[in-house]
Design a protein around this ligand. Structure first.
Ligand SMILES: *Cc1c(COP(=O)(O)O)cnc(C)c1O
Length: 446
């Protein structure tokens, strides 16, 4: 038996990550402390006379609670390790979480779930746009608009033949889907979730807000008004650059069941090995994130001190070491949510470049940590192209969220990107080592 439930205050992220999936039956012998790795795709059917067998017969597949099943049957439906990882993610995201084979499998599932007539979106992760293009192949009448356009309020969503939206948890199709990515790839700037939630919900019951929260693993977009939160768990949840996984979380159990149904029959379930790696990685999520976020914020401030010549040298920029870099103007601009509202007043910036608008203060939305992935622009595209190959600790690679720091010439992954832009993903090396590495590499170009 588990100990009687104690009256404890709301658990912290780390406590949730370590205990949300504790086995219920502590009284049984030989319960491992660390989750064991189960790779089986299939499970022995319980004997019909056993308790589980009887429950299964009574409930039938239709009546089973797939979020917390009496018994696992087949791993495309549910598996022990994946269910545990999803329990932890549900706690971290403060909703009902479901995992997918990749971030884009989750993004596609979100779009399919709402099957919207209109999608409001701007920029952000390029792959999500390609996923939407795939969706448009089967829904050629779906229109794309900009996230700041006026939202259509006259949409008449139609219920699906399987029942009404409330019965099935599936939103009636044909409504509006507002797709917000925040913090935004590749700049790490934040957009105001509550603002877009309010705008979406003012457009009627058929309008929903999905937030791609990949860049802020502890953001809890549902608490800020999103209807669904999406993460590429490949990034911070996985955190070690060794697994692909996607996550969606919703407030309502019925919506979770509908998503689970689609995942099962599209077959976008992540593997057992990935689920185990994910669960293992989630245990350390909060400490990894706190360190990565703090180091990134310091680096962003230091880089900015090199970009803005009017700023007196701060304690981050030891004047002597950095004077040559400052005078060379090799760093032209730095983006990071902690530098919002934009204080450098870049005269070349159009209002659209100020994500979230100059009035939005993202510190409350990001109270669990500023982004650990952000971008800066160098004075010349040729320097941006080469710099990632001149560092010792930063590896030149795409992706983000892992324990090793990465630099990416972003144009290589997204041809529409600024050719002088470099994206940084900050890992667990010390601030001093990463600062010295960037400083030495940049000095080669001045
Ligand atoms: C990486 C990423 C995705 C896609 O995730 P995968 O796990 O690579 O499929 C989606 N959105 C953002 C913001 C990302 O960084």
């Amino acid at each position: 038996m588990a100990p009687a439930s104690l009256d404890l205050p709301e658990a912290s992220f780390s406590t949730i990550a370590l205990h949300a999936d504790d086995p219920r039956d502590h009284g049984r012998g030989s319960v491992p402390v660390a989750p064991d790795l189960q790779l089986s795709t299939t499970y022995r059917t319980p004997h019909p006379d056993s308790e589980a067998g009887q429950r299964l017969r009574e409930l039938g597949e239709e009546g089973l609670d797939w979020e917390d099943p009496v018994a696992h049957i087949y791993s495309r439906y549910t598996s022990e390790t994946r269910a545990r990882a999803e329990k932890v993610l549900s706690g971290i995201m403060a909703g009902h979480a479901l995992t997918y084979a990749s971030g884009l499998a989750a993004a596609y599932a979100a779009v399919l779930h709402y099957a919207p007539a209109v999608i409001a979106i701007r920029k952000g992760y390029h792959g999500v746009h390609s996923s939407i293009d795939v969706f448009l192949r089967t829904h050629p009448n779906t229109r794309l608009i900009d996230i700041d356009d006026e939202y259509p309020a006259d949409l008449q969503p139609s219920s699906l033949t399987t029942g009404t939206g409330t019965d099935t948890g599936r939103s009636a199709s044909g409504g509006l889907l507002v797709w917000l990515e925040t913090p935004l790839n590749p700049t790490g700037e934040a957009r105001d979730i509550a603002h877009y939630a309010q705008r979406a919900h003012a457009a009627g019951a058929g309008a929903h807000l999905v937030v791609d929260s990949t860049f802020a693993p502890l953001q809890r977009a549902l608490d800020h008004g999103a209807d669904m939160a999406m993460h590429s768990g490949t990034k911070y949840f996985g955190g070690h650059s060794d697994l692909l996984v996607g996550v969606l979380a919703v407030r309502e159990k019925a919506a979770w069941v509908s998503l689970w149904h689609d995942r099962t029959y599209v077959g976008a379930t992540p593997g057992n090995l990935e689920s185990w790696l994910l669960l293992r990685s989630l245990r350390t999520l909060e400490v990894r994130w706190q360190r990565q976020s703090a180091t990134a914020t310091k680096l962003a401030a230091w880089l900015r001190s090199l970009a803005v010549s009017t700023t007196p040298p701060t304690e981050l920029s030891t004047a002597d070491e950095d004077r040559a870099l400052l005078e060379s103007r090799i760093v032209e601009r730095v983006w990071h949510a902690s530098l919002q509202p934009r204080r450098d007043k870049d005269p070349s910036a159009t209002p659209r470049e100020v994500e979230g608008g100059p009035d939005f203060d993202p510190s409350e939305q990001l109270r669990h940590g500023w982004p650990a992935c952000f971008a800066f622009r160098l004075s010349k595209p040729a320097i941006a192209y080469k710099l990632p190959h001149e560092t010792k600790y930063f590896a030149s690679a795409t992706s983000l969220g892992g324990v090793e720091s990465l630099l990416e010439y972003r144009r290589a992954s997204d041809p529409t990107e600024d050719p002088a832009l470099i994206r940084l993903s900050i890992g667990l090396e010390s601030f001093e080592d990463l600062q010295a590495d960037l400083r030495a590499a940049m000095k080669k170009f001045i």
